[in-house]
Design a protein around this ligand. Structure first.
Ligand SMILES: Nc1ncnc2c1ncn2[C@@H]1O[C@H](COP(=O)(O)OP(=O)(O)OP(=O)(O)O)[C@@H](O)[C@H]1O
Length: 264
């Protein structure tokens, strides 16, 4: 088993709070790896440490054996890390196909002047980029909507578009921040099927998600955080049956019920 992403003793301290506490995680190349845990467990913080949005207080992160602990997000992108956001970020006024093309702009090689003058080299690159964007839209089943304004797509379609745009940079590791948030059951099922297809393209997926059914169904391996610490790790079945996990989740449910009962 080859490890693509490795976190070693990674911690993040906010003023007075250890949001992520000495966490070790190995993400196998080609796998779908989920991070779960009750509210405030440190999932988003850990995710942001991997994407480079936040620097860790201590610990190391390596991608394919190369240390990326202090690398900026754009450097990680160049090394093959892509991400999607919990709140969809796209250019709403651009067409669907144009949005996918923005995901590959770092890869266009002709100069800005060539683009300005629309020289043949630029036009060739642009045609190739459009063809690749259309291929990705086929893959996420949005090809028939390529010419629509992105902001007019349904929520589920916008999520698929975000994935196509992330794939446009040829990532090796795709980070997904709550990909199923706000989706109805049909959209969630379709998304799981799409992400399985993405994994078959040799792209490793690391996701943070609240929807348990979705995580259990999709992930090869799951890391469970609670109060910033890793409390369990394994297959869906292993973590589901783990007493520490049951207690962490049960604890929150009981607390929620008690809070409701007391009108909090
Ligand atoms: N920028 C910040 N400054 C201070 N504290 C923060 C910051 N970001 C997160 N925290 C705190 O760190 C802890 C972990 O938060 P985090 O958002 O990582 O948890 P989570 O597991 O993603 O939670 P949720 O499921 O509710 O999204 C929480 O107590 C949160 O209040």
């Amino acid at each position: 088993m080859t490890i693509l992403l490795s976190a070693r003793q990674v911690s993040k301290q906010f003023t007075g709070l250890l949001a992520v506490n000495q966490v070790d995680v190995d993400v196998a190349a080609g796998s779908v790896h989920g991070i779960i845990g009750p509210n405030g467990a440190g999932k988003t913080t850990f995710f942001n440490l991997v994407s480079g949005l936040l620097p860790p207080t201590s610990g190391t992160l390596t991608l394919d054996g190369h240390e990326i602990t202090g690398a900026a997000p754009y450097e990680r992108t160049r090394l093959g890390v892509a991400r999607t956001f919990q709140n969809i970020r796209m250019f709403s006024d651009m067409t669907v196909v144009e949005n996918v093309m923005t995901g590959m702009h770092t890869r266009l090689e002709s100069s800005g002047l060539a683009a300005l003058l629309r020289l043949p080299a630029f036009r060739r690159e642009e045609r190739a980029a459009k063809a690749k964007a259309m291929e990705l839209l086929e893959f996420v089943r949005l090809a028939d909507k390529a010419g629509l304004r992105s902001g007019d797509l349904s929520y589920g379609d916008q999520r698929r578009l975000e994935i196509a745009r992330a794939l446009a940079g040829n990532p090796r590791l795709l980070l997904l921040d709550e990909p199923a948030a706000g989706m109805n059951p049909t959209e969630t099922r379709d998304l799981a099927a799409l992400l399985r297809q993405v994994a078959r393209r040799d792209i490793t997926l690391l996701l943070v998600e609240h929807n348990m059914g979705f995580v259990m169904d999709l992930c090869d391996r799951i890391t469970v955080l609670n109060f910033g610490r890793k409390i369990a790790e394994g297959t869906a079945r292993e973590v589901r049956d783990d007493p520490a996990v049951i207690e962490a989740y049960l604890g929150t449910k009981v607390a929620e019920r008690l809070a409701k009962a007391h009108g909090a």
